[in-house]
Design a protein around this ligand. Structure first.
Ligand code: M6R
Length: 369
């Protein structure tokens, strides 16, 4: 049932190109527009929404953090992303014009369920993004957009994450389409780019051997830091979460712009720091700033593990290890940049003799608060 792989996690990492294309399947029509009638929220409700609140836990929360960039950019609707476990305890401001998006692979996470119940009690509409047909979260929501990742068995979420990002982007683009924002042409272009992402993930998977080798060489380390900016920041958080749960290592993700506000004090000789570098073509200011961050941490002894687009030569002099990912539009980069981090964590877990599919103290779905 593991399809020849040693672990479900490896199988699920390998299934990501298909999971991504299956999640897009049937949702883009011949003219290149989105057809998401399955959501069944009347268009006028989507047009009138004045706030979007995303609630989720763990990896699904990181997908939500990425989605915020896309949602606000394409819809111009303010979007908040909140840990489901914090949400209802702070008396959030919600009404009929709030669209709450609850993201959950299992559809059974108690924190997320309680958050959406609270939102509905306040009159908000809830759209679930879920991977498990007929589970509790979609059943209790006003609407659902299923991710088509297929069953995810390993406790560490991989293919579900990529499809959650895809599904959130579909929702963002659909909202943009329904509301007729100024980004019409861009939206059509992004839909075309999204269709290419599965192939890009495939290419990343073909080049992972050096990442595995690197992971094995770091098996004795205690700490790994992750840095990113813009959508690369949630990617850094996700890389750190994977390492915690699988390798039982101290791992932390930071926004690279925060380095000077504290974390740089952690840098010491030979400390591995993974840096997710934004495209030099998109927001090039951010790219240049991250390159100087890499320089700064390396000058202080960090061992830099740089994840950068093919053709990005500016990073070469400062990278102790360079992991290349295909060039993508800025907002789509998380889907290719996360993959090496999953492989890295999985290999480190194996090298440290940990149980990959069933990490200690964790359950696949957390059905208690
Ligand atoms: O089933 P859900 O997506 O609601 O689960 C949320 C988190 O418990 C889950 O993503 C968890 O963080 C994973 N083990 C991360 O790999």
């Amino acid at each position: 049932e593991k399809g020849g792989y040693d672990y479900f996690m490896l199988k699920e990492i390998a299934e990501q190109p298909k999971a991504v294309s299956d999640t897009l399947l049937g949702r883009i029509d011949a003219s290149g527009s989105l057809s998401l009638d399955e959501i069944r929220i009347p268009a006028h409700v989507l047009r009138e929404a004045d706030k979007i609140v995303v609630v989720a836990c763990g990896t699904a929360f990181h997908a939500g953090l990425i989605a915020k960039y896309a949602i606000e950019h394409w819809t111009r609707i303010p979007c908040e992303v909140e840990l489901a476990s914090e949400f209802r305890y702070r008396d959030p401001i919600l009404d009929q014009r709030t669209l709450v998006v609850a993201i959950s692979q299992s559809g059974e996470t108690m924190d997320t369920l309680m958050a959406l119940r609270h939102a509905r009690e306040q009159g908000a509409r809830v759209l679930a993004i879920c991977n498990t047909n007929g589970s509790t979260i979609p059943r209790e929501s006003d609407a659902v957009l299923y991710t088509h990742a297929g069953p995810e068995v390993a406790v560490a979420s991989t293919k579900a994450f990529l499809t959650q990002v895809v599904a959130c982007y579909l929702v963002a683009l659909y909202l943009g389409q329904v509301r007729g924002t100024q980004w019409g042409d861009e939206i059509r272009a992004v839909i075309r780019d999204l269709a290419q992402i599965s192939g890009a993930v495939e290419r990343v998977l073909e080049t992972m051997e050096p990442v595995r080798e690197l992971a094995r060489s770091l098996a004795h380390k205690n700490t790994v830091l992750f840095l990113g900016r813009h959508v690369g920041h949630p990617v850094a958080l996700e890389g750190a979460l994977k390492l915690k749960e699988l390798a039982y290592m101290h791992a932390e993700g930071f926004a690279a712009g925060e380095l000077k506000h504290g974390p740089i004090a952690l840098i010491e000789e030979d400390l591995p720091v993974v840096v997710v570098v934004p495209s030099p073509r998109g927001r090039s200011v951010l790219h240049d700033k991250i390159v100087s961050n890499i320089q700064e941490i390396r000058a202080r002894g960090a061992r830099t593990i740089v994840i950068a687009e093919e053709g990005d030569e500016a990073v070469v002099p400062y990278a102790d290890h360079l992991v290349r990912i295909p060039a993508t539009p800025t907002l789509l980069q998380p889907m290719v940049a996360t993959v090496p981090l999953q492989v890295f964590a999985c290999e480190l877990a194996t090298a440290r003799g940990n149980e990959v599919d069933q990490p200690r103290n964790l359950a696949k779905s957390v059905t208690v608060e």
